[in-house]
Design a protein around this ligand. Structure first.
Ligand code: TXA
Ligand code: MG
Length: 326
């Protein structure tokens, strides 16, 4: 079937579409993003419709250099600068006080803005060519697994967006770490590719929101996106920690997927099976594995949890949300 959305290799053409108020998906090292001019209210409104995204879930603004933070924020406290110097460009989003020219809908009416500089040349070339702050959520239909290939972007969004910049499979495979630097101590709102351990090696006071007294700060209010359904395939996701714990694999495994770090003996019986070498490979291939299972018509996907530290903490967060009933 002919595609309605353009597939581009030329970042200048992609940048021109964004400058004209269009929607363009592009590759980053974490997952593909869906880019729009963060200063154009009409274009931003189109993006929420294209994704089917709830309007109370704020978007991350992407920049081509941390030196350009004033394109999106009005203040950058010293702790934020320390984190950015250590991890940017890269899979880190810092939440700062918002600058007034970023349209209100981008930040879901919050007075704060998340900013990130991707560590992927195509993405940075696109942002430089557009010469704009670019708001970009993950380039998937809202609630679905994120996309790590341009083909998956089209599976969700063909005909709903103007173009996708081709590009290689995302190297990390799960989204950036989100840290709110408008509070002291800074709060980890979403675990991601930069681990809590790594953040604390630079700013020891960074605190994960679940460790904060729920009466004093409500992360659901600070990051409203946390409350929505996320990363969910059509199939039901079932989590397990150790292979030996799973006693109730169904008899007919043809329409069942399974992905693990440890070997599962009956793995040949699964319609779809993946054994990952390590947590990094698991993270890189996880979303695409969920999508492959959906394409194959699987009704259930068994997924092994990762050891809960480093990148494993972020992966487990995605696994738990993928498994959450809607
Ligand atoms: O790796 C990534 O971060 C990818 C790529 C494309 O850069 N983007 C991404 O965007 O994952 P999205 O929209 O799928 O997730 C953005 C997350 C949400 O959890 C949202 O609530 C949070 O960032 N966020 C954005 N702005 C915020 C703000 N001002 N305050 C608190 N949380 C914010
Ligand atoms: Mg997303």
């Amino acid at each position: 079937m002919a595609l309605k959305t353009k597939v581009l290799d030329d970042v200048d053409e992609a940048a021109a579409i964004i400058r004209a108020g269009g929607l363009v998906a592009f590759p980053t090292e974490t997952v593909f993003g869906l880019g729009v001019d963060a200063t154009n209210a009409v274009a931003v409104a189109k993006l929420f419709v294209a994704k089917g995204r709830p309007s109370d879930n704020p978007l991350i603004v992407h920049l081509d250099s941390m030196h350009h933070w004033q394109l999106a924020a009005r203040e950058c406290p010293p702790l934020a600068t320390r984190l950015m110097n250590a991890f940017s460009p890269g899979p880190l989003t810092i939440v700062l006080p918002k600058a007034s020219h970023i349209v209100q809908a981008v930040t879901a009416e919050l007075d704060t803005v998340g900013i990130r500089v991707p560590n992927f040349s195509v993405a940075r070339m696109l942002i430089s060519a557009a010469s704009l702050p670019i708001a970009a959520p993950s380039a998937n239909r809202s609630g679905r697994p994120s996309c790590t290939t341009w083909e998956s972007v089209l599976e969700d969004l063909d005909g709903r967006i103007d173009a996708v910049v081709r590009g290689t499979t995302s190297e990390i495979g799960i989204e950036s770490t989100v840290v709110d630097c408008t509070t002291d101590p800074p709060l980890l709102l979403r675990p991601g590719a930069i681990s809590l351990e790594e953040l604390c090696s630079v700013v020891p006071s960074v605190t994960w929101h679940t460790q904060v007294d729920s009466n004093s700060i409500n992360p659901q209010l600070k990051s409203p996106g946390l409350r929505h359904a996320h990363y969910q395939p059509k199939a039901t996701v079932v989590l397990f920690q150790f292979v030996s714990q799973v006693v109730d694999f169904p008899k007919d495994l043809e329409r069942v997927g399974c992905c693990t770090l440890d070997t599962v003996e009956q793995h040949q019986c699964f319609g779809h099976y993946a054994k990952f070498l390590d947590v990094a490979e698991y993270a890189r291939r996880f979303y695409e594995f969920l999508r492959q299972c959906d394409r194959a018509g699987c009704t259930r996907i068994y997924c092994q949890l990762a050891p809960n530290h480093g990148l494993g903490m972020a992966l487990n967060d995605r696994l738990e949300r993928a498994a959450k009933p809607t």
